[in-house]
Design a protein around this ligand. Structure first.
Ligand SMILES: [Zn+2]
Length: 407
C-alpha cells in the first residue's frame, strides 16, 4: 500500500553503534548481527487511529530504524494494516458507515499523522485485504493437513488452529498472566464448546460448506484470523529471519505468541531473534482505549494547535518499554523544549561533535531517548548565545536524522 513521504535524512559524520535492546520476553539482549535487520511491527486496525498509544509504538520503532541505519545497517521494515477485523466492522456499523469507507478514511488519517510526526515509512506497508487469496489458501492447507479443525453453529463454521501441538505457553514472559482471561479480553473465545484447547486461535470464521467467503468479498460474515494474517505477511515479506517482532505490550498474548506459532508452521527454520513491546499509554488513570472513550488522538492535538514536533518530543521523553500517562502539561513542556532547541539551532556551539557521540551512545543503550534529550538540554543551555554555524548545522542534522526532530 502507498505509505507516506520519506522525511529528509541528512548524512552525519561517522557511524553509530548497533543498538543493544533487551528482548521483552527473556530480558536478554537481542543479538542483532550486522548487515541487515528485518523488523515486523504490528500495524493499526483502522478504526481509532492514531491515538498516542499507537504514536508511541510507531515513533519508538522509527527511532530504532534510524539508529540501525546510522549504524550502517540495511533495514527491511514491514508493517501491516489489519483492515479486516471485527472491531472495525462493529465500529462501522455503530456509526452507520460502510466498513471500507471507515477503514480508508482512518488509513488516510494515519498517513497524515505519520507524516506530521516525521516517521520513516516502512519498506512494505501491507493491508490484510490485499492478502485474502493467500490467507484462504493457507487456512485450507492447515485444515487439509489436520492442523486445524472446524466447529459449526448458526453463524457458520469457524476453523481453529491446534496451537497446542506447537506451544506449551511456558515462556517466562507469560508467567503471571491468566492466559484464558487475557485471551477472552483480546477477542479470543476460550469458552466455545467443542474446542480442543480453550486457547486454540481462530484461523477463519464464517465458512459455509466449502465456501470461505460466504457472501462474496464482503467481510463481516467471514474473516481470516488476525494472528494468521501477521504471520503470513511476515513470512512473505521478511523471509527466514525476523530480527525484531514489535508492537504494543497489549499484543504479547495472544497475538504475538500465536503469530510466532503460525510463523514456525509456515517455516520451521524461521529465526526470531527478539521481541520489543512498547509501554502502554494511559489518560485520566486508564490505558487509552476506544471502549473507555479516553483516546488522545494525534490529529486532535495538532488541531488544538500543538506542534507535531512537540508531540514527537513528548513521546521521545519516555523510555520505549515504560508505561506512562499523558497530561497536557507534558505537552506544554515539550513545546517549550522545541522553542529552546529552535533557538540553539541558529546559535550552535562548541562540542556539537561530542553531543553527537553522546546521543548515539544513548540510543545504542536500549534506545534511551530521554537520556538523549537530557544531553541535548545540557548542551543547549550552555550554547544558547554562541555563534557557531558549523555546530548549529551539525546539531540540526543530528536532530533530524537520529531523533526525527525537524526543528
Ligand atoms: Zn500483528
Amino acid at each position: 500500500m502507498r505509505s507516506w513521504p520519506m522525511p529528509q535524512l541528512p548524512e552525519l559524520p561517522g557511524t553509530g553503534s548497533r543498538p543493544r535492546v533487551a528482548d521483552s520476553r527473556s530480558g536478554q539482549l537481542i543479538a542483532l548481527p550486522g548487515g541487515q535487520a528485518n523488523l515486523y511491527v504490528c500495524g493499526i486496525t483502522p478504526y481509532d487511529a492514531t491515538h498516542l498509544g499507537h504514536a508511541f509504538t510507531y515513533v519508538t520503532f522509527d527511532v530504532l530504524v534510524r539508529a540501525l541505519r546510522d549504524a550502517g545497517m540495511d533495514v527491511n521494515y514491514v508493517q501491516n494494516i489489519t483492515d479486516i477485523d471485527d472491531p472495525l466492522f462493529d465500529r462501522a456499523e455503530a456509526i452507520g458507515v460502510p466498513w471500507r469507507e471507515l477503514a480508508d478514511a482512518q488509513i488516510d488519517l494515519f498517513r497524515l499523522d505519520m507524516d506530521a510526526l516525521k516517521v520513516v515509512p516502512p519498506t512494505s506497508w501491507v493491508a490484510v485485504s490485499d492478502m485474502l487469496d493467500e490467507l484462504e489458501e493457507n487456512a485450507r492447507r492447515l485444515i487439509a493437513d489436520g492442523r486445524a479443525y472446524g466447529l459449526t453453529d448458526d453463524s457458520g463454521r469457524t476453523d481453529y488452529y491446534r496451537a497446542t501441538s506447537d506451544a506449551d505457553y511456558s515462556g517466562e514472559h507469560l508467567a503471571g498472566i491468566n492466559l484464558i482471561d487475557v485471551f477472552r479480553e483480546n477477542g479470543g473465545d476460550p469458552d466455545r464448546p467443542g474446542k480442543k484447547n480453550p486457547l486454540d486461535p481462530m484461523i477463519w470464521k464464517g465458512v459455509e460448506g466449502d465456501d470461505f467467503r460466504a457472501e462474496g468479498d464482503k467481510p463481516g460474515a467471514w474473516r481470516p484470523g488476525w494472528h494468521l494474517e501477521c504471520a503470513l505477511i511476515g513470512h512473505d515479506y521478511l523471509g527466514t529471519t525476523i530480527s525484531i517482532q514489535g508492537g504494543g505490550a497489549d499484543l504479547v498474548f495472544p497475538h504475538q505468541e500465536m503469530t510466532s506459532i503460525h510463523h514456525r508452521d509456515f517455516n520451521p527454520q524461521v529465526e526470531a531473534l527478539g521481541q520489543m513491546n512498547t509501554g502502554l499509554v494511559a489518560f485520566e488513570g486508564e490505558k487509552m482505549s476506544k471502549s473507555l472513550g479516553n483516546l488522545v488522538l494525534v490529529s486532535k492535538l495538532i488541531e488544538r494547535g500543538f506542534e507535531p514536533m512537540a508531540v514527537r518530543l513528548l513521546l521521545l521523553n519516555h523510555r520505549w518499554n515504560d508505561d506512562w500517562e499523558y497530561t497536557d502539561e507534558q505537552l506544554n513542556l515539550a513545546e517549550r523544549r522545541v522553542t529552546r532547541w529552535r533557538r540553539v539551532r541558529h546559535t550552535g556551539g562548541a562540542g556539537a561533535h561530542e553531543l553527537l557521540t553522546t546521543v548515539r551512545q544513548r540510543l545504542a543503550d536500549s534506545l534511551d531517548t530521554p537520556g538523549a534529550l537530557a544531553a541535548i538540554d545540557e548542551w543547549a543551555e550552555v550554547n544558547e548565545h554562541n555563534d557557531d554555524r558549523d555546530g548549529a548545522a551539525l546539531f540540526n542534522d543530528m536532530c533530524k536524522t537520529l531523533l526525527g526532530l525537524y526543528l
